[in-house]
Ligand binder design. Structure first.
Ligand SMILES: C[S@@+](CC[C@H](N)C(=O)[O-])C[C@H]1O[C@@H](n2cnc3c(N)ncnc32)[C@H](O)[C@@H]1O
Length: 256
């Protein structure tokens, strides 16, 4: 019975040009049974470009279950690399700042590896509510949630600090070109930075300086379109799993 349902669902997804029809069909059939939601209704929502992760209410990031709703960006597979890049630079006495935490996915992934104090910061209270739930279900005891605009909160600037940030990095023009599944459902406040795309990172760098952060390492997720700006400022650029220039590493000259 399940096989027939999966096949029928797969066919419907193929008609919608879904990129991974079989995998999602299996997930839909399991989800609809557990939640008594009709497959027809799910397909209808998908046909309106609603992301499957929002319909199901969760996704996975670094194998950790992460609840999502329309207040937070759906964690992307390429963002998992930020954890891999940062983890090689974390020492026992460092505090970790995850700036623009959203669902809390990066902070949670780091908390599963390190006992260090982790500060998960977001300007949006609704996003922090989602992060709170995720921190609880993942049983992360070393994450403190902070509602702040970037580094505008009280912290000890003498403690060696590592910064990971996946802040909004799309320009206003990029937003117009986004596919409907993103533009119509994901929070624009999690995507748009300003006219250029790198404005929030410029502000963050100014704050790192003005607040005299004892910064030992920093990695920012960026859009490949703005990589030139960072290259011009001597940031080292790392590519993501799709071979796109995705991560900018703070140059040694800006570290303490
Ligand atoms: C691209 S999302 C990243 C979410 C999550 N870290 C991830 O990787 O999936 C950016 C997040 O930054 C937050 N944000 C935007 N402006 C901010 C600011 N000035 N200070 C702190 N957080 C901000 C947004 O609310 C959003 O949750």
């Amino acid at each position: 019975m399940n096989e027939i349902l999966i096949l029928e669902t797969q066919r419907k997804l193929e008609k919608l040009n879904h990129p991974t029809p079989l995998a999602i069909a299996k997930e839909i059939v399991t989800f609809s049974k557990g939640n008594k939601t009709q497959i027809k209704k799910i397909i209808k929502r998908l046909s309106h470009d609603e992301p499957w992760e929002y319909i199901r209410g969760y996704t996975y990031f670094n194998n950790n279950k992460i609840f999502v709703n329309k207040s937070v960006l759906i964690p992307r597979v390429e963002t998992e690399d930020i954890v891999n890049i940062a983890k090689n630079h974390i020492k026992n006495d460092y505090q970790i700042f995850d700036i623009g935490t959203g669902s809390g996915c990066i902070a949670i992934a780091l908390s599963k590896i390190f006992k260090n104090n982790i500060f998960a910061i977001d300007i949006d209270k609704k996003a922090l509510n989602v992060a709170k739930k995720n921190i609880e279900i993942n049983n992360c005891k070393n994450i403190k949630l902070i509602n702040a605009n970037l580094l505008n909160f009280d912290f000890d600037n003498k403690i060696p600090t590592i910064i990971v940030a996946n802040l909004p990095y799309l320009s206003t023009r990029d937003i117009e070109k986004l596919q409907h599944s993103v533009k119509d459902y994901e929070p624009i406040s999690a995507l748009e930075s300003g006219e250029k795309g790198y404005e929030l990172y410029v502000k963050l760098l100014e704050q790192i300086k003005s607040k005299n952060v004892n910064i030992k390492y920093g990695v920012f997720e960026i859009d490949p379109n703005i990589s030139k700006y960072f290259e011009g400022k001597n940031f080292d650029i790392h590519k993501d799993c799709f071979g796109r220039k995705r991560f900018a590493i703070i140059p040694p000259t800006l570290l303490k």
